[in-house]
Design a binder for this molecule. Structure first.
Ligand SMILES: [Zn+2]
Length: 122
């Protein structure tokens, strides 16, 4: 049997690892975890995506931003609350091919990248 094509979680943007229990329902799988299914996509998540794209549009070509730059734009002093959702928003945009995720100037797979990363335009 061939391994089905990979897919990405619609919430956190991480690659979903195929599991045998999904053999019959792989086409319908949209979330990597129960946590992502319960959380879903909230209005703030869309605001974070918009903030990332707006920030990048305002910077010089090839400039990069931190996910937390978008978190601060959306939530001000309360930005830490959406720090992880901002990283998830960046991963979703990367899945869509609208941004790249880099560490130390190199493109990385946001699904497996650990630690701080930066976001740039493709
Ligand atoms: Zn997920």
């Amino acid at each position: 049997m061939t391994t089905p094509p990979e897919k990405d979680c619609v919430v956190c943007g991480r690659t979903i690892t195929w599991r045998k229990k999904w053999a019959r329902s792989w086409d319908e799988v949209r979330y990597c975890s129960d946590a992502c299914r319960k959380r879903g996509i909230q209005p703030v998540d869309q605001e974070l995506e918009t903030a990332i794209m707006n920030l990048l549009a305002q910077r010089p070509r090839n400039a990069t931003i931190y996910p937390d730059d978008a978190a601060q734009l959306v939530c001000g002093e309360d930005w830490e609350r959406v720090s992880e959702p901002a990283r998830a928003a960046a991963r979703r945009l990367c899945v869509e091919g609208r941004v790249v995720i880099t560490q130390e100037g190199r493109r990385v797979d946001p699904s497996t990248a650990k630690g701080p990363f930066r976001i740039g335009l493709t």
